[in-house]
Structures are given as C-alpha cells and as structure tokens.
Design a protein around this ligand. Structure first.
Ligand code: GUN
Length: 278
C-alpha cells in the first residue's frame, strides 16, 4: 500500500516561512488575481488563493470579469496593475474565453510581476534551470518530492500531458534534476506500455479515472496533477486512487496533494516579486 504524500502539510510549512518573513521584515506584499467568466474550477482555485493570501499576510486584489469582456479591456486592466505599486504579482486565471489570446495576455504582464512564469522569457529560463519565478505547479511538485525525500536522479519519469503550464515545464525541470524523461500525450501510441516503465508517473490530463492500476509499475511514485469532478460531483484527480494506491510506493491525493503546493509556490513567487521590485 502506497504512502500518501501530504501536499497540504508541506504547503503549510512553506506558507509559514513566507508569513514569518513578511512579518519579520514588515513587508507589504500584494497579489492581483483576475478571473474571466465563470469556470467552476477556476473559481475554486481563486477562492483558495485568497485564503492562502490571508494566511501569508499578502494583500489580495481580485477582479472577477464577465466572460464577454473584450481583450482590450482585459489588457488595459493588466497595464493598470503593472503600474500599481501595491500589486507585486499579477495572475490571470486560465483557461480564458476563446476570443482572448492567452499569449498576448501573458506577454502584457510585466516581467517583474509574472508570478505564474507564463511569459515566454520566464518559460525560456526554465529550460536553463535559472529563474526568479518558478512555474507554480511543476515547482510545487519538485518541492513536494524533495520534502518527501524522493530523488528523481537517473529515474525513468513519465509525464502524461504536454500543456504549456504543467507538462512541458515539469518535463524540463525533471530533466534539470537529472531524470530520464518521456512526455506522453493524446497521440501517444501504446500509452500504458510507456506509463508502465515509469519509476515516477505524473498525470496532468484532466480526466477523472484516466490512470488505472494496469498502467502503473509496482512500486512507482504516482503524482496526480488532475483536478476533476467524478460522476457524483466530488473533487478527484486523474488517477483511480484506490486501485493505484495498492500498487504504488507513494501517491499524491486529490484534494490535498499538488494543488496546495502550487498555491504555496505562488505565494513564494509573490514574495520574490516584492523583493525584485524593492
Ligand atoms: N489554471 C490552472 N492552473 C493555473 C495556474 O497555476 N495559473 C493560472 N494563471 N491559471 C491556472
């Protein structure tokens, strides 16, 4: 039976360090979060981020915009926030409505306030392993593994999902940590043949029940990045938790695994932004 990795507890440690530093140095730190439309998952993230801000002593500025807002109006708001000295970090929740170009939005955020590390220059620096802002979910995963004492060096790591915000940067960070990496996606042939090779298996697909026990090697470490609803409407990941936990050595739960770590790294990046701007 796998050990369950307690992402919530690790995240609490990180947030406490941030809170203590903000208090010790009497810093005023602010994060602006913009959500466009009413994606239910996005709303949950934003609510949780607000709570993290309160816990860390970070001031939260929230902008809930209707789904029909024009790209120009959104860019104007970002430009205002770029100039606002109270705001150290700017996050635009993804996904965005189709009429809004996500690259244009990301590139409009000031490089000093890009706490998601979604701009092309920040994403490029991830390749070199040399950056101020860490992509939140991949860094949250790497930090969780470090805290749990799991090394990736030399191991066969399989990432399922190739999104710009999780799969691709995670693969690069694993490579920087000397893992052997394979990235799978919807066109991968013989997916379970590949996933069964994994010493560490990362799933960032966004489909409930996608990773089943027959896709997992005995003793593998399984990291579930998915945030989905099951048929009863309950929050769940990509991994069939019960059956995979029987086979794995370690597994992350949903909720309480990767999600809290992502948000803890966001708080860390917001504090980094404050320091860069001071
Ligand atoms: N949507 C899902 N995860 C994230 C994230 O880490 N940042 C942003 N901006 N949107 C997301």
């Amino acid at each position: 039976m796998a050990k369950i990795i307690d992402g919530k507890a690790f995240a609490a440690e990180i947030k406490e360090e941030i809170r203590a530093e903000i208090e010790r140095d009497n810093l005023s730190v602010g994060l602006a979060v913009i959500i466009v439309g009413d994606d239910p998952a996005g709303k949950i993230y934003v609510k949780n981020k607000k709570n993290d801000c309160v816990e860390c002593g970070v001031q939260s500025f929230e902008y809930a915009l209707p789904g029909y807002i024009s790209q120009e109006e959104l860019l104007e708001l970002i430009e205002e926030l770029n100039e606002d000295a109270r705001v150290n970090g700017i996050l635009v929740q993804q996904p965005l409505p189709e009429h809004i170009n996500v690259t244009t939005v990301n590139e409009t955020i000031s490089a000093f306030k890009d706490v998601d590390a979604f701009r092309a220059d920040a994403a490029g620096r991830v390749m070199f392993g040399d950056y101020d802002f860490m992509p939140c979910t991949p860094e949250g995963i790497m930090e969780m593994l470090r805290k749990e004492g799991i090394s990736v060096e030399g191991k066969e790591c399989v990432v399922v999902g190739r999104s710009d915000i999780v799969g691709k940067p995670l693969a690069m960070m694993l490579l920087n940590a000397n893992a052997t990496i394979t990235v799978c996606h919807s066109k991968t042939l013989n997916l379970s043949g590949v996933t069964r090779r994994a010493d560490l298996l990362f799933s960032a697909v966004g489909k409930a029940g996608f990773i089943t026990a027959d896709m997992v090697k005995d003793g593998a470490v399984v990291v579930d990045v998915g945030i989905n609803r099951d048929c009863e409407g309950k929050l769940c990941g990509d991994v069939k938790f019960g059956e995979v936990a029987e086979k794995a050595s370690y597994i992350t739960p949903v909720p309480g695994g990767v999600g809290p770590m992502t948000r803890a790294i966001l708080m860390k990046n917001t504090l980094t932004a404050k320091k860069l701007q001071s």
